[in-house]
Design a protein around this ligand. Structure first.
Ligand code: ZN
Length: 277
């Protein structure tokens, strides 16, 4: 994946110059917003005095039709890089392995047992709070049982640490944009998810390997269940959401999704502040 990281100057130039004026010899100039790329002194100077929000991408590795197995990792990482400057946020290292579910039998897929995953993510969230981030934003790339675990952890860790925590499941939250751009709803590894990944890097999607027979509608409740699921493209509505590989639409969708997620985060923080929480 090749996404330029945005220099912190682009948002906080004013802050930088104030700091320079106070301490001309001390350089407070992180070249990146990625936590693993700054040293402890830069981190200390910026968090929480200048930056109090962190974006934590979470994904999993599972089959995604003709898109890369890491689609659920690549999407929230790209999203974080795209929106971090306008939210004045740092980006925490991604939690790549997740709680996968019925697609973990496909080649190259993994799942982490639920209790281990829950405890690990919990420790990551507590660690971010301990590092003095006031706002911890989970950008989740994977659905199924993982969303329920993260939603429970938001409340548990928020209550325990006093940090303000928001988890966003981008594909659900942006289902209105999926309808607007593609005229149909969300599909696992279908048109919209494949488009988001294609907008990041078209080489992550192998459209020459695509065949519509690679898709199966999800069963209606209590009708049938199968392990492994017979297809890695899961239609939420029969006949809807097959990938079309339209790069122009993909780029439009990518931009609209990022704008909508950034607005949600911005508004949530504004209201937390307004309520004095
Ligand atoms: Zn996915």
């Amino acid at each position: 994946m090749t996404i330029p990281t945005t220099n912190i100057f682009s948002y906080a130039a004013g802050d930088y110059f104030n700091i320079s004026a106070m301490s001309a010899t001390k350089q407070v100039n992180p070249s990146t917003r990625e936590m693993e790329r700054v040293n402890w002194m830069e981190f200390r100077d910026w968090v929480p005095a200048k930056i109090n929000t962190v974006l934590l991408p979470l994904g999993t590795i599972e089959a995604h039709g003709v898109a890369a197995n890491g689609a659920d990792i690549i999407a929230p990482v790209a999203m974080a890089r795209e929106i971090a400057p306008r939210l004045n946020a740092m980006i925490a290292p991604v939690v790549p392995y997740g709680f996968t579910g019925v697609l973990d039998a496909y080649p190259g897929s993994f799942t982490i047992p639920e209790d281990a995953y829950r405890a690990y993510v919990r420790a990551v969230l507590v660690g971010l709070a301990k590092n003095k981030f006031k706002n911890i934003i989970l950008l989740n790339g994977h659905g199924g049982g993982q969303t329920a675990i993260l939603s429970a952890l938001v409340q548990e860790v928020g209550r325990e640490t006093g940090a303000r925590i928001l988890a966003v499941n981008w594909w659900s939250y942006c289902s209105d944009l999926t309808l607007e751009v593609f005229g149909q709803g969300f599909v696992h590894a279908g048109e919209n998810e494949t488009a988001y990944v294609m907008a990041i890097d078209p080489s992550l999607v192998r459209k020459e390997q695509y065949n519509p027979d690679m898709a199966t509608p999800l069963p209606a409740p209590n009708t049938w269940s199968a392990y492994p699921f017979p297809s890695s493209i899961m239609l939420y509505k029969e006949g809807q959401g097959y990938p079309k590989f339209d790069l122009a639409k993909a780029k439009t969708y990518f931009a609209k999704v990022n704008d909508k997620i950034a607005s949600l985060i911005h508004e949530t923080i504004r209201k937390w502040d307004m309520a004095g929480l």
